[in-house]
Design a protein around this ligand. Structure first.
Ligand code: ZN
Ligand code: FE
Length: 254
């Protein structure tokens, strides 16, 4: 079973260190900068075999060159972004598998935030590393894709088992919760989740990861195909992608 360690970067980014105790393999997901990653790698024995990237934004790849140079780590990322990510050793696409020691990550295409965005699902660890596609109680902004694409990407993630822990790229949960409550004020599961997240933040703890099963009940961006929710928003009869688009646009200016 992979051990997963959260590494806070910058103001609110998370990178994740994955260690396979069976063979000592160490990988990092989305190292936006190298300093805090090096500290954790050195504390763990100074080995870094792999870098896994979800998308090309600087706050997710800024540490790649330094980590590759220092540890000789092999860099895995979206093949379709090869032209705008330097240092990629292995380009991967939807359906591909990536070995992380004795564990296997499955690549899920999640376009929308960026056109090449991918997520890594590790069923053995009940974990999905989804970058800036799905956040706890929210989702990423749609920068390069269509709302329809982003909705389909979120549906691909929603299809994973409830027990899957969502390891997202940012600690945005509190602000996401405020928006979620504004569009879904009668959702008791959401209110309970917000209270729990507030308590975690008040004592300086992270709200991430969060179980996908909780997100399915509380995250408004995963519920755009719920006809009751659409009706409550005044969007009865609209397609799920249209409801999603309205929600995402409202969040952009919230
Ligand atoms: Zn991003
Ligand atoms: Fe980001």
């Amino acid at each position: 079973m992979l051990e997963i360690q959260r590494i806070p970067l910058f103001r609110d980014n998370y990178a994740y260190l994955l260690t396979d105790p069976a063979d000592g393999t160490v990988a990092v997901v989305d190292p936006g900068t190298e300093g805090p990653v090096i500290d954790v790698v050195e504390a763990g024995g100074g080995r870094l075999d792999q870098v896994l990237l979800t998308h090309h934004h600087a706050d997710h790849i800024g540490g790649v060159a330094a980590l590759k140079e220092r540890y000789g780590a092999r860099v895995v990322g979206p093949e379709s972004d090869r032209g705008r990510m330097s240092g990629l050793d292995q380009g991967v696409s939807d359906g591909d598998s990536v070995a992380i020691g004795t564990a296997t990550a499955r690549v899920i295409a999640t376009p929308g935030h960026t056109s090449g965005h991918i997520a890594y699902w590790v069923p053995d660890a009940d974990a999905v590393f989804c970058g800036d596609t799905l956040f706890s109680l929210g989702c990423g902004r749609v920068f390069e894709g269509t709302y329809e694409e982003m909705w389909e990407s979120l549906m691909a993630l929603r299809a994973l088992p409830d027990a899957t822990q969502v390891y997202c790229g940012h600690e945005y949960t509190e602000a996401n919760g405020r928006f979620a409550l504004s569009v879904d004020p009668d959702n008791d599961a959401l209110k309970a989740e917000i209270a729990q997240d507030r308590a975690l933040r008040a004592r300086g703890d992270a709200t991430v990861p969060c179980p996908l099963g909780v997100e399915k009940r509380t995250n408004p961006f995963l519920r755009a195909d719920d006809p009751h929710f659409a009706a409550a928003l005044g969007l009865a009869g609209k397609s799920a992608a249209e409801v999603f688009a309205v929600l995402r646009q409202r969040k952009d200016t919230f």
